[in-house]
Design a protein around this ligand. Structure first.
Ligand SMILES: [Zn+2]
Length: 424
């Protein structure tokens, strides 16, 4: 559903003016508040508790909390506390968010005021609101919630604190701390909601992975090659992969010892990478099982760059397409499949010719699909090591390849594989 449709639905639910709701919703979304969270905020603003708010249930354990609950009272350990600011009802509001845990499980929370929570605290949250996020319950600690700090520490089978290696970080994480090397950084001016603002964006690295980041309040310690400790960051999805957000509430500290980084991509099986919901700079090995339609010699819309069919762009109608080369290869490693997308340069490599060669071949055959056929003959059934950014959307998993090398070209790896087979 679009923001417009969500606004319409919300306005009719709450019996308020749609334009007003829409403006609020757009504000929240613009400030990268996930749409479901934004809708819940507005339900609160316009006086709908967002569920059955009649009674408060005392919960023995976190795993008993369901999305059907209105309000609950629960005792739990605070695993981490992230602080950030969102625009709410037209003004900036600071929220605190993270994860609560007990022996039975964990639950995400958002505190709409400063209860003085610290990682490691054991609290009893009375009359905490339950809302649904992505099918799971989350807790809202607001005006009507009481927070009591318990003297006895609750033992939980989870790590306290937000310390993480980059490979562990997932979209939606809050209160994340990490020691990283700034692999790339650029200063950009964006048109923010308060006019032009400078931000930093780039790539952070450690020994386990690389991740893109944005610093919304440029910290001078973040410069190319610097090793830093960042604390209190939050993670949002950006182009299908997790991205670290550094804010005015984050701390950035220079480290005297350089953080080790890996020159390789994060090595994962296809199944694990897809399961993670998107991985930045992943390296995986699999066999090409087929080449998808839309490979070989293709035409792109000169306006938007998308591949077009029969001179028709889905957005721009009839256009004069521009020739290009690309491959969409389905890669399988036994744990899952992913579509590796090769740009013109990698396609030239696997095709063994350039755009001119492809045009010649198509002209001669009076059929441009012969180019894809040639590529198919060369790659299907062979094993490749692919590196690039893997993203997952409703249509499946795509790996935007930065390298695509046949594994047979690596004699050492081959020998190792052979040895392990012999040993079995
Ligand atoms: Zn177009």
């Amino acid at each position: 559903m679009t923001v417009d449709e969500r606004a319409e639905e919300l306005a009719s639910d709450l019996g308020v003016d749609k334009e007003e709701v829409k403006e609020d919703l757009e504000n929240l979304v613009e400030y990268s508040v996930p749409i479901d969270e934004a809708v819940q905020s507005l339900r609160r603003k316009y006086g709908d508790g967002g569920g059955d708010s009649g009674s408060t249930l005392s919960k023995e354990s976190i795993d008993e909390i369901t999305t059907a609950d209105g309000n609950v009272t629960v005792t739990a350990r605070v695993l981490n506390v992230g602080k950030r600011s969102i625009r709410y009802q037209g003004s900036d509001q600071v929220i605190y968010e993270g994860v609560l845990a007990d022996e039975s499980g964990t639950i995400d929370y958002t505190a709409w005021q400063d209860f003085g929570l610290s990682p490691g605290d054991t609290i009893t949250a009375g009359n905490a609101g339950v809302r649904e996020w992505d099918g799971s319950p989350e807790l809202n600690l607001g005006e009507s919630t009481s927070v009591a700090f318990e003297e006895e520490t609750l033992d939980v089978p989870y790590d306290v604190g937000g310390e993480a290696d980059l490979v562990e970080i997932e979209t939606g994480d809050r209160g994340v701390d990490a020691e990283v090397r700034v692999a790339e950084v650029e200063r950009r001016t964006i048109d923010g909601r308060d006019g032009e603002t400078e931000i930093l964006s780039g790539v952070l690295a450690d020994e386990t992975a690389k991740l893109p980041f944005t610093d919304w309040d440029p910290h001078p310690e973040i410069e190319e090659g610097a090793s830093v400790r960042v604390e209190n960051t939050y993670v949002r999805e950006y182009r299908g992969v997790p991205s670290i957000n550094v804010s005015e509430f984050s701390t950035v500290e220079s480290l005297s010892e350089p953080v080790a980084v890996s020159e390789r991509g994060t090595r994962l099986s296809i199944g694990d990478a897809v399961e993670a919901g998107g991985v930045y700079d992943v390296e995986t090995v699999g066999h090409v099982i087929s080449i998808r339609d839309g490979s070989g010699l293709v035409q792109r819309c000169p306006e938007c760059g998308r591949v077009i069919q029969k001179g028709q762009c889905r957005t721009h109608g009839e256009v004069d397409g521009e020739d290009d080369l690309r491959v969409k290869a389905i890669l399988d490693d036994g744990t899952g499949t992913v579509t590796a997308v090769l740009g013109d340069e990698l396609t030239e490599q696997v095709y063994g010719g350039d755009l001119e060669d492809a045009r010649d071949q198509a002209r001669e055959a009076m059929d441009q699909t012969v180019v894809a056929d040639s590529i198919r003959e060369r790659v299907v059934g062979r094993e490749y090591r692919v590196r690039g950014h893997l993203s997952v959307d409703e249509y499946g998993a795509n790996l935007d390849a930065s390298s695509f090398d046949e594994v047979a070209d690596e004699p050492a790896d081959r020998a190792a594989d052979l040895l392990s087979e012999v040993n079995v």
